[in-house]
Design a protein around this ligand. Sequence first.
Ligand SMILES: Nc1nc2c(c(=O)[nH]1)N[C@H]1C(S)=C(S)[C@@H](COP(=O)(O)OP(=O)(O)OC[C@H]3O[C@@H](n4cnc5c(N)ncnc54)[C@H](O)[C@@H]3O)O[C@H]1N2
Ligand code: MOO
Length: 822
Amino acid sequence: MSKWKKQYNYSRHYKKEWEKDFKWLTWIDNACYCKWCKCSLSNIRKSAFDQHEQSYKHKKAVGVIDSNEGPEEMSKCREQNSNYRQYKVDWEEQFKWLTWMDNACYCKWCKSFLSNMQKSSFELHEKTTKHRKAVSYKITGKVKENTENVTKGVKEFEEFISTVCNCSVLSVEKTRNMIQTGILTVSDRCSKGEAIDESGSNLKKIIVSGELFQGEVINYECVPDDKEVIKETLLDWCEKDLNLIITTGGTGFAPRDVTPEAVREIIEKEAPALSVQMITESLKVTPLAMLSRPVCGILVRTLIVTLPGSKKGSEECLRFIAPGIRHAVDLLVGRVSQVQKTHAELQTQGVAHHQGRSDSLHCHHKPLHDPHHQHHHETHHHIPEPEHGTSSADVSRICRRSRKSPYPMISVAEATNAVISAAWQCSTKRIKMDSALGYVLAEDIQAADPLPPFPASIKDGYAVVANDGAGLRKVSGSSTAGCKPELYSVVSGECTRINTGAPVPPGADAVVQVEDTNLLVEDDDGRVELEIEILKAPFVGQDIRPTGCDIAAGQTILTTGTLLGASEIGLLATVGVTEVLVVSKPTVAILSTGNELQDPNEPLRVGYIRDSNKTTLIALLKQHDFPVIDAGIAKDDPTSLLKSLKSALAQADVLVTTGGVSMGDRDLLRPVLVSDFQAEIHFAQVFMKPGKPTTFATCIYSGQKKLILGLPGNPVSAVVTSNLYLLPLCRKMSGRANYMYTCIRAKLSAPVRLDPRPEYHRATLCWKEGEDLPVVYSTGNQLSSRLLSMASAQVLLRLPPRTEDQESLPENTIVEALLLQF
Ligand SMILES: Nc1nc2c(c(=O)[nH]1)N[C@H]1C(S)=C(S)[C@@H](COP(=O)(O)OP(=O)(O)OC[C@H]3O[C@@H](n4cnc5c(N)ncnc54)[C@H](O)[C@@H]3O)O[C@H]1N2
Ligand code: MOO
């Protein structure tokens, strides 16, 4: 047996023993309790155990339970306890998969917390996509971490996975969207071994092949036609959060056919259209399909479908419903991005023909949805929303809150990538040229007519016939800007006075600037030039802009994706395009959170501070030309937060909150987003200063995708993280190709001490005579609360984290500086 498997079984065995024999401690959620006196133990270190055993409360509780047995039981407990501790040491030494920190047990591979150490939760965890993804991620070497065990155990672990989980190690790509499936064959004969389960194994083969959808078979069992056994098995599998359960058998008219009845008793919602699809299609194959009684439905997040018992019938029925399975599962588990992708595909591709895989909603008969089904902004699917006014987030058990953030700490690059990847480009709209400044063009613009529309003079002077050379000219008229080009024509020996931009008259083929002429004859009162002398022989075309020399008729002057600045708007005016199609900008709502906050317009109350974050961020967005909504101040209680979030989400594409994202018992943003909005938290800890607890989540609200940036409450943290994440996000959504900030290199004017986290240090910028690079000056104390350090800052210096070898950077070090104004 492989080492992994041995360790695995060892742990199982140990836990069983522990649960059976050990009377003193127990685990609920991720906390350890004393069974006697029900005290929670903050950690499971020896010192804490010893101390607890000596406590009056514990001794009394032991005595109360059984005054005679108490002391004896206590010493048994002590013995068990020390065995347990020894076990833990051995366990940690040998078992590489799980580890303990404080009072929680977590998986070393994927860093997930395991809420308890019961067999079922371990097994369940091993099969999660997250865990297996992490394992395969490390094994395939995509992440270079300190994975001593991994490199040692690649082979062993592969073997372990294939033995224990009954499947092979999967690549990251493959595991991402796997539909975790259970196949339950319902047959008296197969369950007794009197017949071979061909249907179940055939379904398993089809699913594993990935031919229909990306699926993996987590459970595969054969049970008799016994309603209670079927129900029990299904309930057990649903508890493991399988995405899909397929039963085969027991759906007919035979007296013992009870699968539909069993399923109907446990599902919360029926999915009759799946049954209709199976029946409709099966009837085309055989009239006997009228005797099948499929029932499909949902229990929590698991879809259960009942297929007929025959190999052929079950395979056919699975194929009939396969096109809807992926989307159904995405909806059930709230895989927001996937749901939106499908909606977007439906919109853009319409009805495609089914070829091979059915892992999409494009089926060969007809679209499963109305072809008018819109992209996520107009989707009709109902992803659960908080319908009630009271938050369902339970934040009452303060003592048991996680003492370590359950979210992994990620780098700024990873965080940026997560935010940017979640962004979509806003829809397009036609707007007036005058309001188009700062928008991105969503169409090419062509010039309808040439510029100049006629040959125009480049100089103030005289339009002449070049061939006449230098010498005397009779002045026959004048062409001023705005006059009709054909007004005068020029013949040999004559010339016309002309101004810059005026049309060159017919006959003339050169312009001589006034500086290259002399006046010879004028009329009596000096108002009219009669004759002039050309001092230098002109050449053909001299000082004339030919028709269309700036812009040709039909020329594309601006292309899709161009950011409309002043000159671009000017070009629109030039060609007379006064309305343009542009990419809309996202609407951002800003919500402050905190009981201590008050409106800055009101006199300061005792215990309060003025809310500055909202004002700062609204100004920042205005400065960058993004529409912004003031979503007010939410109190630090789940229901107030829920109300404010609902109102803000109803109005905005992007919601920015400040405060309430750290580790305090009043930091409620994440619990409320998860419990009430089924939001997906993409990250909640970033390795940076300031901005460590920056949180990014997405959810569907009123059928529309929403992006939520939960920024830290500290005023500097909020504005720094806005520059790093919010502005690039808004630019990306507005269709800007260059959505990131600009960085330059600059020299430190003084030494700077490094922070343990990569720091975004506020500084001013100045060019010094003779320096090759600009020099930067720190704005002083960099406390995250000190907005003054941000006030005059022009750049954020990206400083590396402190290491043992490098505690500070000396003067003149060249550092990267992120420009705040560009
Ligand atoms: N145990 C831990 N505590 C903290 C950690 C940690 O990792 N473990 N992280 C610290 C860091 S870093 C930051 S940053 C802050 C972020 O905290 P929150 O985002 O939860 O924000 P609050 O606690 O609500 O407020 C922090 C600070 O900012 C003031 N504030 C909040 N909102 C505003 C506003 N709109 N205008 C002006 N000032 C505001 C608030 O009064 C607090 O002083 O957490 C650390 N703690
Ligand atoms: O990460 Mo916090 O933003 O340093 O103060």
